[in-house]
Design a protein around this ligand. Structure first.
Ligand SMILES: Nc1nc2c(ncn2[C@@H]2O[C@H](COP(=O)(O)OP(=O)(O)OP(=O)(O)O)[C@@H](O)[C@H]2O)c(=O)[nH]1
Ligand SMILES: [Mg+2]
Length: 682
């Protein structure tokens, strides 16, 4: 157990610690000369059960409240000293407020210098103290008269502390290791040493740790816990760590740093938090108020962004965003203290709720709902609440890291809440089992409805599908999710199109009728010089735009190819022309043929023949050198004669052209239809 002192200057805190432990914690020359404490003092006292009680003695002077805050962080029990001849004074109130804001729930009031007050005076001071502590975490605490001069009450106080230590409900080694550094120095023959209070978890000799927010990595060479050599330091103990590593000296760390498990190192400078403003403040807290923020042993300048419309009135609590001048190493649930930026007084404090606070949209109803969930202290309750509200997913590893959860706690959470992970490597998110099922159902339902409404379309664009679903997953996560579903054949992916595996493109009945009229115009004798879109439109007395749309559709379905702009050839005609070229090439000794030879075989005029050849050139089927061309054997497959299998295949492109290049990812971009809008395979 760690016991911290608190109280006004000269109210006998240091004398009390000396009377209990025999240690004079005022060691500095200046402290001796001025007879006051300036910095933190540390002492230890063995308990009858073999455990050791640690003491942190703090200064009472108003100038050194920042040191008091550093010392009070992480204590389990407070000794609030109030001189019997003085009664509560300024820093009695301020220290009490700080202890209250830090959430220290256990403590005792020491009516110090009891030898200086007779019984009636003691009773009067006691009455005042009871009023002062009412409504704080120390409400109802025992008041013990003590004199370090006469020795009155010392034994009673010591017994009280031993009793408290026996009942300390230490959460032992819960969480991952974090130690709030209050001193860093170098010992001859030992090297760099940091001391501080272990806030959570435990550390072992040889563990690797990170000095955060600096990000310096070190190895723990040896450990003192509660002033004794040991191999493990635990939450609730004061520890001295001898650190080793490259560049590790006494300057590698300083008061305010946190030495932590390397996986927890993620400094932040924007935190959403609760804020309670002290009732004794005269003014309310407005937007962008500059403050000094104290967290653990760190002190940093900050500004407050209000998350409600009204200023925060004295004596009330509200949600704020603290924007820090520099990043700190914090954890969700940590307490902090705010002091005035220039006057030396404590304004209020609160609890960190979210270390990854957004700079925008920070007070929307959705965001405030999330914050309400974050405010639940129990991680399981907070996570369950987060997963049950928009956006219905969390980054679980960040959640666990920011709450310094140990592996075992993570696993318990994942099991108890039936967490489901979505995505791969980057952008993994976690949803509840319920939401995961809902997501898959709505995904399938959305695709089915889309196919029913649009039988002629290959599928729904990935991005459009993402935007239609609830929860709306981040794009990279959604893409990874779909790839996973495609692997198990729940959906099929054609480039950027998503469809149900059983869906194949069909013409609507009206388009089917139109196609029945148009197709013969492209076939037969004039198949090598089919009418262009405008001519077809004239022949079937249909608006040109409608014919163009029908042709594009037929192209997407593999029925035709757009050889030149608005000039569509039946797919089998294209195959036939490819066969003719092959025939010409194999007849020639050098495998080369001319445009004229090709034109003569097609009998469709020089212009169209050239366009056809250029179409093949574009697709790499023919290789042109000057006036002559030869065939590219590797591309012949693209326009082989279609077989029955091509038409019966389930909605797949009837030709490999335009299929996504597997490794290169080429051809994965969205296309509006037709060969030429696809990128070519490599
Ligand atoms: N008569 C009497 N004097 C005491 C007692 N305890 C402390 N003093 C005196 O009060 C003065 C201040 O005592 P400290 O223990 O230094 O007080 P403190 O609270 O540590 O002071 P800061 O750390 O500077 O805030 C010293 O001169 C002590 O001798 C007591 O029980 N009786
Ligand atoms: Mg002192």
């Amino acid at each position: 157990m760690i016991i911290g002192t608190a109280g006004h200057i000269d109210h006998g805190k240091t004398s009390l610690v000396r009377a209990l432990t025999g240690v004079d914690t005022d060691r500095l020359k200046e402290e001796k000369a001025r007879g006051i404490s300036i910095d933190l003092g540390f002492a230890y006292m063995p308990a009858p059960d073999g455990s050791i009680l640690g003491f942190v003695d703090v200064p009472g002077h108003e100038k050194f409240v920042h040191n008091m805050v550093a010392g009070a962080t992480g204590i389990d029990f407070v000794l609030l000293a109030v001189a019997a001849d003085d009664g509560p004074m300024l820093q009695t109130f301020e220290h009490l407020a700080i202890v209250d804001l830090l959430g220290v729930k256990r403590g005792v009031v020491v009516l110090s210098k009891a030898d200086l007050a007779a019984r009636p005076a003691r009773e009067e001071v006691g009455r005042v103290i009871r009023q002062v502590i009412a409504g704080t975490t120390l409400a109802g605490a025992e008041i013990i008269p003590v004199s370090t001069v006469s020795g009155e009450g010392i034994d009673a106080l010591r017994e009280h502390l031993f009793d408290a230590a026996r009942h300390a409900d230490r959460l032992s080694a819960r969480g991952r290791f974090r130690l709030a550094v209050d001193r860093s120095f170098s010992l001859a023959g030992v090297g760099a040493v940091v001391t501080g209070t272990v806030l959570s978890g435990s550390v072992n000799v040889d563990d690797r740790v990170t000095i955060s927010p600096r990000g310096i990595v070190a190895r723990v060479r040896s450990i003192h816990a509660q002033n004794r050599v040991t191999t493990t330091g635990r939450s609730g103990e004061r520890c001295a760590l001898n650190l080793a590593g490259e560049g590790i000296s006494k300057d590698a760390a300083a008061r305010g740093d946190i030495v932590l498990d390397p996986s927890l190192h993620a400094p932040t400078d924007r935190i959403d938090a609760t804020l309670r403003v002290l009732a004794c403040e005269k003014k309310s807290i407005g937007q962008w108020t500059p403050v000094r923020l104290h967290h653990a042993a760190a002190e940093v300048g900050a500004h407050l962004v209000l998350l409600a419309d009204q200023p925060v009135e004295p004596g009330t609590e509200a949600l704020v965003q603290v924007v820090l001048d520099r990043p700190i190493a914090a954890a969700v649930g940590d307490r902090y203290i705010l002091r005035h930026a220039s006057d030396m007084r404590t304004i209020g404090g609160g609890r960190f709720l979210d270390l990854r606070a957004p700079a925008r949209k920070r007070r929307t109803p959705v965001r405030l709902g999330q914050l309400a969930a974050c405010a639940l202290e129990d991680p399981a309750q907070a996570l369950a609440a987060l997963l049950a509200r928009a956006p219905y997913f969390v980054d679980f590893s960040a959640f666990a890291r920011d709450r310094a959860l140990a592996d075992s706690e993570r696993e318990t959470l994942a099991r108890e809440l039936a967490l489901v992970q979505i995505g791969a490597s980057t952008g993994v998110i976690t949803v509840s089992d319920l939401v995961s099922k809902r997501l898959e159902q709505s995904l399938l339902a959305t695709l089915a409805a889309f196919h029913a409404d649009n039988p002629d379309l290959p599928g729904l664009a990935m991005e459009r599908l993402r935007l239609e679903l609830e929860p709306r997953l981040p794009a990279p996560t959604f893409a990874a999710h779909l790839r996973g579903l495609a692997q198990t054949h729940v959906v099929a992916l054609d480039g950027a199109w998503v469809r149900l595996p059983q869906h194949s493109v069909k013409l609507t009945p009206a388009d089917e009728r139109a196609w029945t009229r148009v197709r013969p115009l492209l076939a037969g004798d004039c198949r090598f010089r089919p009418p262009r879109v405008r001519d077809v439109a004239g022949l079937v007395s249909t608006p040109e735009a409608d014919v163009r749309r029908l042709m594009k559709l037929a192209a997407r379905m593999g029925k035709v190819d757009e050889v030149a702009h608005d000039h569509f050839f039946l797919r089998e005609t294209v195959a036939e022309m490819a066969a003719i070229m092959l025939d010409l090439a194999s007849a020639a000794p050098n495998g080369q043929f001319t445009a004229a030879q090709f034109r003569d075989r097609l009998d469709n005029g020089r212009k169209v023949a050239i366009q056809v050849l250029e179409f093949f050139d574009r697709h790499g089927v023919t290789l042109r050198r000057g006036e002559r061309r030869r065939m590219n054997k590797h591309r012949l497959d693209l326009f082989r004669k279609p077989t029955e299998a091509d038409h019966s295949s389930s909605g797949r492109a009837a030709s490999p052209v335009g299929r996504p290049g597997f490794k290169s990812g080429r051809g994965r971009e969205p296309v509006s239809g037709g060969f030429d809008s696809h990128s070519l395979p490599p």
